[in-house]
Write a protein that binds this ligand. Structure first.
Ligand code: HOZ
Length: 445
């Protein structure tokens, strides 16, 4: 599909949308500006495939940016959602299934005893920060460059996802006080973390850290334990453990944003894989099964500070929405050990195939992956932080991505996002993708 086509149905819908929606979209990355083309308007999805309004079919690796771990319109998820809708779409009153979902999350994440549901990850982040500030009586939040925690005022500085894609360091409209209460630390940089949290100078090369007792004004250290919003950039050895240690040394809460990794990289998310236990966990995406949902979870002693059990105010008309809860429960019910093993195999096959295709065509890339997630960095060396992601050849990524679209593969239209292979992707679809990737590497050579 050439980038310049102007007589397609997508182009027509985009022209209309531009008059009525800022930038023609309801979330920036969808506009596909970073890969130098106009957005594709979607008609429907089925399994791992997406159909656009012009009748083009794509193997989908965006999968709604993560919620669709079972692919589009999985029958079980659909049935549960429709059954819930038949009983009524929203009551603004409690339903039995909300506690069931909380119990399922608690079974999967040892750090979670209670859950507060929201409608998005952004809202869940806001709730977690307010709770952390109330618990500690402090204001400062430490975050990492390249991480994205939703469009929360105080966390947009050096954020990943759409801001990194657009090359924006932050956003106009953020109050100076919100920005001032945030300290940004480069990812995978122990010295910078120690400096920001009042620790003494570190001898990181030998792996020894002197951990001082400063950082007494920090309410929380918030992080994606596996960042996936500057592309997938795993923590280097010992870094997550150091973050936990620094939070403890400061008396701050450790907040894991598992919106992307929760219920995806393993049953219990990245905290299960890493063994590092947070105080609070922010969730979204898979927990809502493709419907709008987010949540904050943690130990009861912390969670009981939320209103009406406690005084920390948080509320939402559609929070714990019956359709989202039904879709989330149905989605989680399908995620057993066998499902995670299959997702891991599928991701590995794709990651390895992409590496080989690039090698054959002489294109230097780095594929970073975890079960159900990967990023193809157009870089000669491994990417370990935001600066590394920013140094990638985004132009070449964009050209490759456009070429993939023309071959029926819908990859994330930004170097700063993750691919989301799902349980619906078949080995044949993965192999078709690898063949298309090889042709696209050749095309852009
Ligand atoms: N911020 C999302 C990706 N990390 C994109 C959301 C969307 O456009 O749907």
């Amino acid at each position: 599909m050439p980038a310049s086509l102007t007589d397609t149905r997508s182009a027509e819908l985009y022209r209309r949308a531009l008059e009525l929606l800022p930038g023609g979209v309801n979330s920036p990355v969808r506009a596909m500006r970073a890969i130098g083309r106009d957005p594709i308007f979607i008609e429907r999805g089925a399994g791992a495939e997406l159909y656009d309004v012009d009748g083009n079919r794509f193997i989908d690796y965006v999968c709604s940016w993560g919620p669709l771990i079972h692919g589009h319109a999985h029958p079980d998820v659909l049935e549960a959602t429709v059954a819930a809708a038949r009983r009524g779409s929203s009551f603004g009153a409690p339903t039995a299934a909300e506690a069931e979902l909380a119990a399922e999350v608690a079974r999967r994440m040892d750090s979670v005893e209670m859950l507060r549901m929201t409608c998005s990850g952004t809202e869940a982040t806001m709730t977690a920060l307010r709770l952390a500030r109330a618990v500690t009586g402090r204001e400062r939040i430490v975050k990492f460059a390249g991480a994205y925690h939703g469009h929360v005022d105080g966390l947009l500085a050096q954020a990943g996802s759409g801001l990194a894609t657009a090359g924006l360091p932050s956003s106009p409209g953020v109050p100076a006080s919100a920005a001032a209460a945030t300290t940004v630390v480069p990812w995978n940089d122990p010295d910078a973390l120690l400096a920001a949290t009042g620790g003494a100078a570190a001898n990181t090369r030998s792996g020894e850290h002197e951990t001082g007792a400063g950082g007494g004004d920090i309410a929380a250290i918030v992080l994606e334990p596996l960042p996936a919003n500057m592309g997938v950039v795993p923590a280097e050895n010992g870094f997550l453990e150091l973050v936990r240690e620094r939070a403890d040394a400061c008396g701050a809460l450790l907040v894991f944003d598992e919106v992307i990794t929760g219920f995806r990289v393993s049953r219990g998310g990245m905290q299960e894989l890493s063994g590092v236990v947070p105080d609070l966990t922010i969730m979204g995406k898979v927990i809502g099964g493709g419907l709008p949902a987010g949540a904050v979870g943690g130990r009861s002693e912390l969670m009981r500070m939320l209103a009406p059990a406690g005084e920390v105010y948080q509320a939402g008309t559609l929070s714990g929405n019956p359709l989202a809860v039904a879709a989330g429960l149905a989605s989680l019910a399908l995620l057993d050990d066998d499902a995670y093993a299959r997702l891991d195999q599928c991701t590995d096959r794709l990651a390895q195939g992409l590496r080989e295709a690039a090698a054959q065509m002489g294109r230097p890339i780095q594929v970073a992956s975890a079960p159900g997630l990967l990023t193809v960095f157009f870089s000669e060396s491994p990417v370990s932080d935001l600066a590394g992601a920013q140094a990638c050849d985004s132009q070449a990524y964009g050209a490759w991505c456009r070429s993939l679209l023309s071959r029926g593969v819908y990859a994330p239209p930004s170097q700063f996002e993750a691919w989301f292979p799902s349980l619906a992707h078949t080995p044949e679809q993965i192999d078709t993708t690898i063949a298309a990737a090889a042709s696209s590497f050749e095309e852009i050579a």
